[in-house]
Design a protein around this ligand. Structure first.
Ligand code: MIG
Length: 815
């Protein structure tokens, strides 16, 4: 590819003015270029191009594109020259649109689908979105505007919308703050933020997608712009929400609700979902900086198996490498990696290794040599290679936005995969550089042919790295699903990876923060997420660690991790009392795996978030109290992790409906708070009435051969409730060819009976033959149980009726 001469940025200007946000003041002392803010003027004409409508004020053009029945995209071209329509985030910009219509009215134009109408006001160029009943769901406060910067050669682009009086705002990725973002101004710029604090901003990820919720109705805005972006939710002016960027295009998607679940689902429909992870990735994982040498790793493995504490993966942090050179092994610590990994695998452990982006400058190191020869490393504006210090010392960094470099990177994993490595952990990919934080702005990036500076590529650098990592593993993995985890991300990264929240701290505040962050990540499209259980830096005591393990059971990703200068951090490190409780909860994770896996399937297939804040469960309630600690995992289990020391009881809010306490099976009416005992060996867990919850037997690592009967706990309800159970091989891609089972269980209860109907979809065959059904909460005494019209016997276990049933039953009646 030819070197671009119209390279858009040099390092200079305007950081100072930009930090101040919307209200720019030119600073004569700094002699900054003259910046003039321009607004769209009156609309004077329009044009149609298929499902796009172009409106102009004579100089600027706005495109309104119908993406789907519920999604409309808006783009602004200040001089009527649109930028290339390329996005790393959006994998599916053209969906099937059944019907859409265009109308000119006296004072406006309208572009309508079956569900949403976009209104463009002629006089003001203000844009609004209405629902089918004509109700305005979202509208501009000011016309879209921009600032031309002669020095920068681009624009800063702005959109300012009306914030309704009671409107609340959710989403935006990993922001470590309260769920409702009202009153906050936030920035997206991926940053390595060791030991971050409550309210610190920005952190590691940029997800410029938020959900507005007003009068019980939700909508989403996805501002697909990879430059440094800003969001102001009524912070500067109470009744305005603004978002703006230091470059690129003003391009955003309006995503219709009215339910928050639908907004998230539709956001996933354009940016993709996480593929179904291998089942082992949902087990318990043990990490530390670092486990080495080999003997230490074996000792760790033995520590789990000898105590019968389940664990599926052991992580190797940077010390496994030779001088921190990626794709090498320190042969002194790990003389025969293949043999070690095989030994661990035979014992049920997968090995996951870390890979950073920094490649050591060393002419005797093949990775550096190949990267250099092929010009895969990033260069500065003045054509010198970008160099920076990270763990290996002086390093250069692949330009992961170059498709050739990604392909090369994908291939580099061959050695690791051949050695048996099952998953890869990408760290430091904000990108992080010691001393100066990250790359300078003038670093040039290929950006898949749409060249740009680091300003444009910074926020996607980590995403493209883990994309290349994922592609490599997928190709090399012999048909097994890969597992990847990344620290930095941009919207859409869920297609390639899971994420963790980075370097948190071993404090109660951070445990609480984790509860907020994972809920937020989940509604922001990054459902496969977790925190460093126990806290990365600092020292947890046994109580904090145990409470964190409990939260971990209901974190989509469950991994304990700690910094190297801290005391040991295994489930047994805090003494026998804590060990027993940690074991019990890790076992609970394994029992719930078939439920957890089914929830992951719903996310992969339909785009539903895995964790759902209470606001999402009851968004229609006027009185919606901002509960932040309760959330549901899927739609059947509601939890409220204990996040305070010494807490022996907790008031838990249960959403409307009926719930069973998981521990004592007591029945509760929702819509109010209940007081639950929280001794150290309990956390509040509630099961929705009518749910059918599948359980595996406890196993030391995921192995479907050990499931010889599936336990199903059937929680009575006097209504109809559907549950889904998803099953497949657990680690292959055969599910893409329908080699899976999606079982629908319909429970219908009344005063004197309970009926359960099963229907099965898909081509997979389970290994087990029977279900073990447990009937919880029946309000009547059983006279008989019929399965497919045959009477069957039942027994009682601790007062709970249990019956064994063929896995193929269709109809079961208890009366
Ligand atoms: O500069 O690889 O967030 O999980 O253990 C620190 C060492 C680099 C930061 C990661 C952390 C990891 C650590 N890394």
């Amino acid at each position: 590819m030819a070197e671009a001469s119209n390279y858009e940025v040099t390092e200079s200007v305007t950081e100072q003015t930009l930090e101040s946000g919307v209200q720019h003041v030119n600073n004569p002392v700094l002699d900054l270029p003259q910046i003039v803010k321009k607004y769209l003027q009156k609309v004077i004409g329009y044009q149609q191009k298929e499902n796009s409508y172009l409106f102009t004020d004579g100089s600027a053009t706005v495109e309104v594109k119908v993406v789907s029945d519920e999604i409309i995209r808006i783009r602004l071209a200040p001089h009527s020259q649109f930028l290339d329509d390329f996005s790393y985030a959006v994998s599916n910009p053209d969906q099937h649109v059944a019907v859409y219509a265009f109308q000119e009215e006296e004072d406006c134009y309208t572009v309508s689908t079956n569900t949403v109408t976009c209104v463009i006001h002629k006089e003001t160029f203000l844009i609004a979105f209405r629902d089918r009943d004509g109700k305005v769901i979202n509208q501009d406060h000011s016309p879209m505007h921009w600032e031309e910067n002669p020095d920068f050669g681009g624009y800063y682009v702005y959109c300012t919308k009306v914030a309704e009086d009671q409107e609340a705002f959710y989403g935006l990725g990993d922001k470590p703050t309260h769920l409702n973002l009202r009153g906050k101004r936030l920035t997206n710029w991926n940053s390595d933020t060791y030991s971050f604090a409550f309210d610190q901003d920005p952190l590691y990820r940029s997800i410029p997608f938020y959900i507005g919720l007003s009068s019980g109705e939700a909508y989403g805005i996805f501002f697909d712009n990879t430059f440094k972006t800003y969001f102001d939710f009524g912070a500067e002016v109470h009744d305005r929400t603004s978002f703006w960027s230091e470059g690129g295009e003003l391009q955003y998607y309006y995503i219709h609700g009215p339910h928050m679940m639908d907004v998230v689902k539709r956001y996933h429909s354009i940016t993709g979902t996480h593929y179904l992870p291998p089942l082992w990735a949902l087990g318990y994982h043990q990490c530390r900086w670092s486990y080495y040498p080999e003997s230490k790793v074996y000792e760790l493995a033995k520590g789990f198996r000898s105590r019968q504490i389940p664990c599926d993966a052991i992580y190797l942090d940077i010390d496994y490498m030779d001088g921190y050179r990626c794709f090498t092994w320190n042969k002194h610590y790990f003389p025969d990696p293949k043999k070690m990994i095989k030994t661990l695998a035979d014992d049920g452990f997968k090995t996951v290794v870390i890979i950073d982006p920094g490649i050591k400058v060393d002419d005797n190191y093949w990775v550096f040599k190949e990267g250099k020869e092929n010009k895969y490393f990033c260069r500065r504006g003045d054509d010198y290679f970008m160099e920076g210090h990270v763990w290996p010392g002086r390093c250069q960094f692949p330009d992961f936005t170059n498709p050739e470099a990604r392909k090369w990177w994908s291939g580099l994993f061959k050695g690791l995969v051949d050695a048996g490595v099952a998953g890869v952990w990408n760290d430091m990919n904000e990108p992080a550089v010691f001393g100066r934080g990250t790359f300078p702005n003038d670093v040039r990036h290929n950006y898949d042919g749409y060249r740009g500076s680091h300003r444009k590529a910074h926020n996607v650098y980590g995403m493209q790295m883990v994309r290349a990592t994922y592609d490599g593993l997928k190709k090399l993995n012999h048909g097994k699903r890969p597992f990847t985890i990344t620290r930095a991300a941009y919207a859409g990264t869920q297609r390639y990876s899971s994420v963790w929240t980075g370097d948190n701290v071993a404090t109660w505040e951070h445990l609480r923060l984790g509860v907020l962050q994972l809920q937020r990540l989940s509604v922001s499209g990054m459902s496969f997420c977790g925190t460093d259980i126990g806290g990365f830096s600092g020292e947890p005591d046994g109580e904090l660690f145990t409470r964190w393990i409990q939260f971990g059971v209901f974190s989509p990703f469950m991994r304990a991790h700690s910094a190297g200068d801290t005391r040991e951090r295994e489930p047994w490190s805090f003494g026998p009392e804590f060990e027993a409780i940690n074991k019990k909860f890790i076992e609970l994770r394994y029992k719930l795996l078939p439920y957890i896996y089914s929830v992951f399937w719903e996310q992969a297939r339909y785009g539903f978030p895995i964790l759902r804040p209470v606001t999402m469960l009851e968004q229609e309630l006027e009185s919606n109290i901002p509960r932040e600690e309760e959330f549901s995992f899927g739609d059947k289990i509601l939890v409220s992790p204990v996040v305070n020391p010494g807490q022996t009881s907790k008031r838990v809010y249960l959403p409307k409906g009926y719930w069973y306490d998981y521990w004592d099976q007591c029945f509760h009416l929702g819509g109010e708070e209940v007081e639950v005992a929280t001794p150290l060996d309990r956390m509040p867990i509630f099961i929705k009435a009518g749910a059918v919850i599948p359980e595996f037997p406890v196993m030391q690592s995921v192995d479907l051969r050990l499931v010889n009967t599936l336990k199903l706990s059937v929680y009575y309800a006097d209504s109809q409730v559907n549950s889904f159970i998803y099953e497949d091989h657990g680690d292959t891609f055969a599910y893409e060819q329908e080699i899976y089972l999606e079982k629908k269980m319909v429970l219908i209860g009344d005063k004197n009976s309970l009926t359960l109907n099963q229907s099965i979809d898909g081509l997979f065959t389970e290994r087990y033959e029977t279900y073990q059904l447990y009937f919880i909460g029946l309000p009547f005494n059983i006279n008989r149980i019929r399965i497919d019209n045959k009477l069957v016997e039942w027994k009682s276990e601790d007062g709970i009726p249990v019956v064994e049933v063929s896995k193929d039953f269709k109809n079961l009646v208890v009366e």
